[in-house]
Ligand binder design. Structure first.
Ligand code: NAD
Length: 428
């Protein structure tokens, strides 16, 4: 991929092709699973606050629904592309399969920047997205959720629009709803906590006490914030985090070798996870260039921002001290970097396993909505821990038994499950 623009869908296909070959998947099933079943691209006209009409581009991709309704978030991002959405929908299929929940893979997006949109304009985008997709999504065929730069308020607007169109209450249409409006306790922290459940298990296998370890994060949004909280509870020390600076349009790394204090840093962070440089400096943080998070002398690296960050080039900067890379983000590591990480024997908890806590909790939200009976936070997190730990152990055991790289072992489990469902249905 060197010299070529990064294409996340090509990367998702390359990861799939490698393991499809390893497990001897037949040609027809390969062709079916390396492409999405359906993709939608549509226009969303919005009357802006100044009276003009602006047209936003929206997407939904349903990669595979052989194991159950498609499931996946809707991202609002100025650089959203159909190939990003296709890649993320594909990874959702593998993610739901690796934690063994009865759902398929989907993803949606809108090309827009919420930083520059009023709440009313964002509400119109949400409602417009649902109006365009209402016939092709729903509790029994495709269930959206929040993702980058969308939250529970966006989900509630989408649910309301869907219920207005369908004429009945359908809380199972969407997950990530506010608690009290069909949302599940524990959903906000689920992805970050899930990452740390897998880190805890990886450390256990290596006989390392988490309290003796250090970590560096890329990103300081939803995933990173809750991952840091739980990691701190286990006794671990986070020495650096990085975040995107909207004003400078670049990223910075914030370092405190005695350990980042999550509450202190949150107080100088905006709602998009952007840390205020000047205020962080006053709190005693060193402000380094954005890429510095990956060069830290730590035991654990947790990319939790966006795709294409651990590359052939940046992976060479990883310290010899690093033992684990746990991928909070989707698609942070390129195939070239995988070669480097595998060569160096760094233990990778791949994205669709490490960050599966979010979708697992979304599945719990659907179950609770269907029963109309809601669990306590402790019940949700206990069930989440069980699911994540079981999935981690299955992948790790296969990796050991067959001497497979962790990402390949996770793929092997997921592809086999989805391929079996397709075959059982008579699709291939
Ligand atoms: P978020 O929008 O809450 O936070 C993103 C963070 O990344 C922010 O702190 C932002 O400043 C930072 N960031 C953006 N660009 C950066 C850059 N170039 N360098 C350094 N930092 C940068 O998003 P999130 O919900 O925390 O999601 C993060 C990643 O995890 C995404 O890849 C997302 O798809 C994935 N993910 C999220 C969930 C979830 O439940 N939130 C579930 C699964 C996967």
């Amino acid at each position: 991929m060197a010299g070529k623009a990064f294409n996340p869908f090509e990367m998702a296909q390359a990861q799939f092709d490698k393991v499809a070959e390893q497990i001897g998947l037949d040609e027809g099933t390969r062709e079916l699973l390396r492409n999405p079943l359906r993709q939608f691209h549509f226009s969303i006209p919005v009357r802006m606050d100044d009276g003009t009409v602006k047209v936003f581009q929206g997407f939904r991709v349903q990669h595979n629904d052989a194991r159950g309704p498609s499931k996946g978030g809707i991202r609002f991002h100025p650089q959203e592309t159909v190939d990003t959405v296709k890649a993320l929908a594909t990874w959702m299929t593998w993610k739901c399969a690796v934690v063994d929940i009865p759902l398929g893979g989907g993803k949606g997006g809108v090309i827009c920047d919420p930083h520059n949109l009023s709440m009313r304009e964002q509400e119109q985008i949400c409602r417009g997205w649902v109006r365009q997709m209402a016939k092709n999504v729903g509790p029994l065929n495709d269930v959206p959720a929040p993702d980058v730069m969308t939250n529970s308020q966006h989900m509630l607007w989408m649910l309301d629009e869907y219920e207005q169109i369908s004429g009945y209450k359908a809380p199972g249409f969407i997950t990530g709803k506010p608690v009290g409006m069909g949302g599940s306790l524990g959903r906000t922290e689920a992805t970050g906590y899930g990452v740390i459940y897998t880190v805890r298990e990886a450390l256990k296998e290596k006989n390392i006490d988490p309290a003796t370890t250090t970590a560096s994060f890329q990103g300081f949004g939803n995933v990173a914030q809750y991952a840091i909280r739980l990691y701190n509870e286990l006794g671990g020390t986070v020495v650096a985090v990085s975040s995107w600076d909207q004003g400078d349009q670049t990223s910075y790394t914030f370092r405190k070798t005695v350990g980042v204090n999550i509450d202190e840093l949150l107080a100088v962070t905006d709602r998009f996870g952007g840390i205020d440089k000047a205020k962080a400096k006053e709190l005693g943080y060193e402000v380094l260039e954005g890429g510095a998070w990956i060069e830290q002398d730590v035991d654990i690296l947790i990319p939790a921002a966006l795709e294409n960050q651990v590359t052939g080039e940046t992976s060479k900067k990883i310290s010899d001290k690093v033992k684990i890379v746990a991928e909070g983000a989707n698609g942070p590591t390129t195939p070239e970097a995988d070669v480097e990480l595998e060569r160096r024997g760094i233990f990778v908890v791949p994205d669709f396993l490490a960050n599966a806590g979010g979708v697992t909790c979304s599945y719990f939200e659907q179950v609770q909505c269907n029963m109309n009976y809601f669990w306590t936070r402790e019940e949700v997190l206990t069930k989440l821990d069980e699911k994540m730990t079981t999935a981690f152990k299955a992948v790790s055991e296969l990796s050991r038994k067959k001497k497979l790289y962790m990402r390949d072992a996770a793929y092997a489990i997921s592809i086999n499950r989805v391929a079996q469902a397709c075959k059982d249905r008579g699709w291939c």
